[in-house]
Design a protein around this ligand. Structure first.
Ligand code: R5P
Length: 310
């Protein structure tokens, strides 16, 4: 098998190659003067089982286009099978019509990747599990929860931990973490009036005196998280830490986090951390390289991927 990567997350690609003990496939990914993308695969892939690592993170459209063109290049070079590995699947939050005459963009992106020639999808913590059904090709949705749970165990006194979902939609994810930590669960009941704004309404569960661990799939503006943290502290929580898989962190999110009362925000490297993230005093990055690398290896060897989470 061969692993190639676009430009979205070269450091994760490097770590995965180390885990797999294999060199990164040689490819030129560059721009013409007018910013059109050009890709050249620099080694023979005829009959090979090829994996392309590319998160469709900021700039989402450029990274998506790189992925599509790289799939096409491999397909035309007679790769036997192409797996698009998307540690972060951008556009996932647009998974239903929020109003009349609006698109379901996650479906459009799924169609684009499939039509370009991908045979399989490997992704991580999809915003909603049912997005797997947007693809008519086999799709494995990995969970970061084992990586996050291990980190909580290494860094926090578990007897005082309370896992918290920052909204009702995240309860399943939070319950999975609570189960692994054998801890209790609380829920922040959030109401969002306008897109981009969030408002905390209520905390379900007694968080007084607890070290709260918020878990979510995405942190974007940081509004959901900071409001949830505020609500928990107002209800008497001793501390609030957050574990979030995808650090989208757009706009002023990093400074919102650094000036918040959050003890720590832990994100994964599904999206390449910016230098602002790396230097933030209360943001830490844990790697999913081993998890994604193992899933790639199992896919290549036709072994079970789901048993990774038993
Ligand atoms: C929402 O359903 C997601 O799970 C996240 O809670 C949301 O995308 C976070 O966005 P923000 O950081 O902008 O509040």
């Amino acid at each position: 098998m061969k692993l190639f990567a676009g430009n979205s997350n070269r450091s994760l690609a490097g770590h995965i190659c180390n885990y797999l003990d294999t060199p990164l496939g040689k490819a030129n990914v560059r721009r013409f003067a007018d910013q059109e993308i050009f890709i050249e695969i620099l080694e023979n892939v005829r009959g090979e089982d090829c994996f392309i690592l590319q998160s469709t993170s900021y700039p989402a459209n450029d990274h998506l286009m790189e992925l599509l063109i790289m799939i096409d290049a491999l397909r035309r070079a007679s790769a036997r099978r192409i797996t698009a590995v998307l540690p972060y699947f951008g556009y996932a939050r647009q998974d239903r019509k929020p109003g009349p005459r609006t698109p379901i963009s996650a479906k459009v992106v799924a169609n684009l990747i499939t039509t370009a020639g991908a045979d399989r999808i490997l992704t991580l913590d999809l915003h909603a599990a049912q997005i797997q059904g947007f693809f008519d090709i086999p799709t494995d949705n990995l969970f970061a929860v084992p990586v996050l749970a291990r980190d909580v165990k290494e860094n926090y006194a578990l007897e005082n931990v309370m896992v918290v979902s920052p909204d009702v939609g995240g309860v399943v994810r939070a319950r999975a973490l609570a189960k692994r930590l054998d801890s209790m669960l609380a829920i922040v009941d959030k109401r969002r009036d306008r897109p981009g704004e969030s408002e905390v309404m209520n905390v379900i569960g007694d968080v007084e005196g607890k070290d709260c661990v918020l878990i979510d799939d995405i942190i974007d503006s940081g509004g959901t998280l900071c409001n949830a943290a505020e609500a928990l502290l107002n209800k008497g929580a001793t501390s609030v830490t957050a574990y979030i898989t995808h650090g989208v962190l757009s706009g002023g999110a990093v400074s919102r986090i650094t000036s918040s009362k959050l003890k720590e925000l832990v994100i994964t490297d599904s999206i390449e951390p910016t230098s602002a993230v790396e230097t933030a005093h209360n943001i830490r990055v844990v790697s999913v390289a081993e998890l994604v690398g193992e899933a790639i290896q199992r896919t290549a060897l036709e072994k079970s991927v789901s048993s990774l989470f038993d």
